[in-house]
Design a protein around this ligand. Structure first.
Ligand code: AMP
Ligand code: ZN
Length: 138
């Protein structure tokens, strides 16, 4: 049983924000910012590695529209668009979802990023690794 599939089917209640043939959006129960919304595909897809690009496009179109509407409605200064893939990246619910998190100044909701310091050589190596594999996806 997947909780987000149940929400999309309305077997489990949610605070629905938006729905169309492919997408469903609802308020996250843990509001990282007031108006925090999740956008999901209705079809069960575990994470971005299983997501097809056509569905990704539809989801981001909806995310784009909702980010504007939510930010206006909540009267906020900005928002984070966030998506976690895999438990190592903090994904808890294994049904692909995009977070829209409204932000206001000094809300304390900061990402504790510790940046990696790469040498120029390392940057070039990383770039080469990614761009050579990327050819497999064209
Ligand atoms: P993630 O850590 O990216 O997998 O995020 C999962 C999110 O789903 C968390 O922010 C939870 O608060 C949220 N969540 C889990 N169950 C529900 C639910 N029944 N209704 C709304 N949000 C939920
Ligand atoms: Zn699901």
């Amino acid at each position: 049983m997947c909780i987000f599939c149940e929400i999309a089917k309305k077997s489990i209640p949610s605070y629905k924000i938006y729905e169309d043939v492919d997408c469903y959006a609802f308020l996250d129960l843990a509001q990282a910012g007031v108006g925090h919304t999740l956008v999901i595909p209705k079809q069960h897809v575990k994470n971005i590695y299983e997501l097809d690009e056509a569905t990704a496009g539809k989801l981001f179109e909806v995310t784009c529209r909702l980010a504007k509407a939510i930010s206006k409605a909540m009267n906020v200064e900005g928002c984070n668009i966030l998506n976690n893939n895999g438990s190592v990246a903090g994904q808890e619910v294994e049904h692909f979802h995009i977070h829209i998190i409204p932000r206001v100044a000094n809300d304390g909701n900061t990402f504790a990023f510790k940046g990696h310091h790469l040498t120029e050589e390392q940057f070039k190596e990383v770039k080469e690794k990614i761009t050579s594999i990327l050819k497999e996806y064209n």
